[in-house]
Unconditional design. Structure first.
Length: 317
């Protein structure tokens, strides 16, 4: 073979290797090339579902692909998270739920997943957790509620999930009062039950804010770290002398192991979607939830810290 032919063969070989790498690069650069599924850990029609659908709509505009909302309610988000953990880590399946799905429930109920089985993306809003009662209840504040519980032999409590039940049971044990936990499907049902005096008290993640100011609901205490803006006179649990609180978020996650470039693109799009005009208007003005958007790093640290606390408190049960 002549020198010229040898050079030509070598060049062709080099070019073939170079071009062979182009398809893989193009695939990563073109993501997404098909619809994305947003699994929602709540039933259709509620406030959380409405918020998730607005995020999905804004995400479509950001990515240029349809975002299909798929409601997977059950177990306080466990059904959705179980399916999410099994999905491919390719950016085409993401999940919407509250952080307790990941940092609380694995330590209280049997789950097929662990907190570190996911890539945590962004939050959309901070829930406004509160202990509420009906306007006609025979107590109007925390201390009066405790006195009533001791006089009546206990309280009935409407719980939204196993972790809210555990949280309330810990407080009741600390105060040496009896509490009968009643599982309730959804925040609106909690309000219906406390306003109708079917339950003494209930846990609300924020739906109660539409029923304040003589509309049927009283807030006894804020369960977040701080007081809730819409109920400035209701103290937080820490102000009442307890060493616990329950700040939580609506958030988005993906199966563990997203490619770095896809993860970066998805996080950017989700951050823009979470702060879009329609989403911010729903959270801030209609739901009265602060539009808090934590970064992946902030959210991951929060979940790791909460997971460690819950593992210590509930992990041995």
């Amino acid at each position: 073979m002549t020198l010229i032919k040898r050079i030509a063969v070598a060049l062709l070989a080099a070019l073939s290797v170079t071009f062979a790498s182009f398809p893989a690069l193009a695939v990563a650069g073109e993501w997404p090339t098909k619809p994305i599924t947003l699994m929602v850990g709540f039933s259709a029609g509620g406030g959380a579902d409405t918020l998730a659908r607005l995020v999905a709509k804004a995400l479509e505009e950001e990515l240029g692909q349809p975002v299909v909302v798929d409601n997977k309610a059950g177990g306080g988000g466990v059904v959705m998270a179980t399916l999410l953990q099994r999905a491919k880590a390719d950016g085409y399946t993401i999940g919407f739920t509250s952080d307790s799905t990941f940092d609380g429930l694995p330590f209280i109920v049997r789950t097929a997943y662990k907190p570190d089985d996911f890539d945590y993306l962004v939050t959309v809003t901070e829930l406004q957790n509160a202990l509420v009662t009906g306007a006609s209840a025979p107590f109007s504040n925390w201390r009066e509620m405790l006195d009533y519980a001791r006089e009546q032999g206990g309280l009935t409590f409407g719980s939204l999930s196993p972790i809210t039940a555990k949280f309330a049971e810990r407080i009741a044990a600390q105060e040496n009062i009896e509490i009968r936990t009643v599982p309730v499907k959804g925040g609106r049902q909690v309000l219906t039950d406390v306003m109708g005096r079917h339950l003494d008290v209930g846990w609300s993640a924020g739906v109660h804010q539409a029923y304040l100011n003589d509309q049927g609901v009283k807030v006894l205490a804020a369960l977040n770290d701080k007081r809730i803006a819409t109920s400035p006179d209701a103290p937080s649990l820490k102000e009442l002398g307890y060493d616990r609180s329950y700040t939580s978020y609506f958030m988005l996650a993906a199966p563990k192991g997203l490619p770095d470039d896809i993860r970066a693109r998805l996080v950017e799009a989700l951050r823009n979607a979470a702060t879009s005009k329609d989403v911010a208007d729903l959270t801030e003005n209609k739901m009265k939830f602060p539009n808090v958007v934590l970064s992946p790093e902030e959210l991951t640290r929060f979940i790791e810290k909460r997971s460690a606390l819950n593992a210590q408190e509930f992990g041995q049960e």
